[in-house]
Design a protein around this ligand. Sequence first.
Ligand code: ADP
Ligand code: AMP
Length: 207
Amino acid sequence: MKLVLLGAPGAGKGTQAVRIAKNQGIPHISTGDIFRKNLKEETPVGLTAKAYLAKGQLVPDGVVVEIVRLRLLEDDCKNGFLLDGFPRTLAQAEALKAIAAPDAVINLDADLDALAKRLSGRRVCGGCGESYHVDLGSPEVCTKCGGAVIQREDDKAETVAARLLVYKAETAPLIDFYRAEGLLVNIDGMQDIDAVSAAIRQALRRL
Ligand code: ADP
Ligand code: AMP
């Protein structure tokens, strides 16, 4: 199945993506993770993306689309994929339609005012990217891989506000775009993590 996870920063995409990918046996492709890895390794893509990530702005469409296009050509995507954090603009959504049209788009619906708290309390594993939250007992060492658990640079308050504004202006319109395409599956992302997972599983069974 070719799936897209849509939602504001902090809506729970990464958290749910790990579970959905495991259940469905498809690769979890997070463009944010790809950029952070490139940044760490100081590749040309990482150097291009650096300033955008630091300011909470979007990396230009051409750069992101090419990365996704190449990633979707890889062998493990033959039976489907789960995109997390892509598309984020209408131009990216149109590009994806031409490359590999999704079968369904799961929108994690969240109260934008509550997301600043989720993001400022988020901690992630610097090794495998696993997501934790200080209110849910974030460890200092990742329980999955033993890596150091850190705060993302762009989860600091100033950048969080910018990212939520970018979401409203650029990404929220994709909800109507995918509704019109008949692909939208709306899920209440404000429930607890297990309840969100159960709702997604149920919705996917009905497809
Ligand atoms: P996204 O990938 O959409 O930016 P994450 O999955 O990283 O969001 O979640 C952001 C933060 O909120 C993390 O700290 C995560 O542990 C926490 N979180 C995710 N889903 C929920 C939920 N349903 N209820 C409360 N906290 C959540
Ligand atoms: P995320 O991990 O999804 O929150 O993404 C972190 C950052 O990576 C974003 O704030 C953007 O700067 C960049 N990014 C990730 N995905 C995209 C995308 N589809 N289009 C543009 N920029 C992106």
